[in-house]
Design a protein. Structure first.
Length: 371
């Protein structure tokens, strides 16, 4: 690992992503001990005049806790972590681990318990709405394997993605945000996909390095009961320790009325988590110029240039369509030619074809203009 790149990333996270100010408190939470970046973040937080706090966690330990976890225990854990989070002005979540499927054998009811306690009380009620936050992965050999790269090659890719000029991307997104805010009907076509829905009066939000690293998407949500048609996703998508492939969803008046995949029974159990799990909480367009292929890591995959994701479950408060759920599953479809192509229409006007924006005011978001 090359330390100047780590220092640059830490500077960007502290000064751009969470904009830490003098006297503010930041919680740095690290799943998997990554001393270099955590140490660099502490130094940069002090340099900015802030107060860093560190929580170190481990995915294998987390798995052991979840398997035997009881409701009273997790309510206590949630109360403890919520107390800490409520005192923070900012949050950096650093995720890493050697096994993407570490939670594969955790029973469904234990996964659900975790989401209903810690996920709800800490994440949805405090961290997301009340702190300046950013989450990111950290490169390791496991991620390199998923990306089908050597470790050194993946590290170069990772730092290109994470240290690009997000302020430039931020400005380029303004035209897309403006257009989405004027749009009523969205029509998406592609292989096995013909989908129509409305985004009328639901705000479009740009994501340009403030909440996720890597970043590069503009999101909104469909009017809850407006979605009709079918979508066939062309990327594999891990969820709760299982990797789903060939996901096909059919919608009627907003609701998923049919879902198939490489494990149809398992995917339907997810969509039966609660009433909101069969409705869509997010529609987002990916634009990161350095991320071109899926690697089964959603923080990367949802930003793929020429992609969009259509997300069953919980909506975001900033772009709310009223859907509530304990799941939020970003599933990605890529529309570049090598993945089958496709078109996106706003109010019957073609805005993107085969992954490239065709309207002059949106061309600044094409990969060659963001690198």
């Amino acid at each position: 690992m090359k330390y100047p790149r780590i220092t640059d990333l830490a500077k960007n996270l502290i000064n751009y992503s969470i904009r830490l100010q003098k006297g503010e408190k930041v919680l740095i939470e690290n799943f998997g001990l990554q001393r270099e970046l955590v140490t660099a973040l502490i130094k940069e937080a002090y340099e900015a005049g802030g107060y860093p706090f560190v929580s170190l966690k481990d995915n294998q330990v987390d798995r052991a806790l979840m398997i035997g976890g009881q409701k009273e225990q997790y309510e206590m854990i949630a109360s403890f972590e919520a107390e800490v989070m409520s005192k923070m002005d900012a949050y950096i979540g650093l995720r890493s681990g050697d096994n993407i499927n570490e939670h594969a054998d955790v029973p469904d009811d234990k996964i659900k318990l975790h989401g209903q306690t810690i996920g709800q009380k800490v994440h949805r009620e405090i961290r997301v709405p009340k702190t300046k936050w950013v989450v990111l992965r950290y490169p390791n050999s496991s991620m390199a394997q998923l990306a089908k790269m050597s470790t050194e090659q993946f590290e170069d890719f990772y730092f290109n993605v994470c240290n690009l000029d997000y302020s430039k991307m931020d400005k380029a997104m303004d035209s897309l945000v403006s257009l989405m805010n004027k749009t009523d009907k969205v029509h998406i076509k592609g292989e096995g996909t013909d989908l129509i829905f409305s985004i009328k009066d639901i705000p479009a939000i740009k994501c340009s390095g403030q909440m996720n690293i890597p970043d590069g998407e503009v999101y909104t949500a469909p009017v809850k009961e407006s979605v009709n048609g079918v979508i066939t996703y062309n990327t594999a998508s891990p969820y709760n320790g299982f990797t789903f492939e060939n996901i096909r969803l059919t919608f009627k008046d907003g609701k998923i009325v049919e879902a198939t995949a490489n494990d149809t029974e398992r995917i339907n159990k997810i969509f039966d988590t609660d009433e909101g799990a069969r409705f869509i909480g997010e529609f987002a367009i990916g634009v990161n110029p350095y991320i071109l292929h899926p690697m089964q890591d959603i923080l990367f995959d949802e930003k793929i240039a020429g992609s969009f994701h259509f997300t069953p479950g919980q909506c975001y408060d900033e772009a709310s369509n009223g859907n509530n759920s304990n799941i939020h599953w970003d599933i990605v479809m890529i529309q570049r030619p090598e993945y089958g192509g496709g078109e996106i229409y706003f109010d019957d006007v073609l805005i993107r074809k085969d992954g490239l924006f065709v309207l002059p005011e949106l061309e600044s978001l094409n990969p060659e203009n963001l690198q």
